[in-house]
Design a protein around this ligand. Sequence first.
Ligand code: FES
Length: 58
Amino acid sequence: MLVEGPVEIVLDDGTVARSERFMVALCTCRRSRIYPWCDTSHRPRERAVPAPEDRNPS
Ligand code: FES
C-alpha cells in the first residue's frame, strides 16, 4: 500500500516507525523483513527454468 509521507506508524507493541520519504510502501502481508515497510517479499518467487528434457514430456 503506497501512502504519502512523511508517516508515523504505531506498531502492535507500541513502538513507532517513522519515514520522512514523500511516498512510502507499507507492508500489508506481514512478510516483509523490514516491517512495517514493504520490501517486496509479497511478490511470488520466480520458478526455476525447467531443464530442456522436462519441457516437452512425451
Ligand atoms: S506487502 Fe508485505 S512485503 Fe510487500
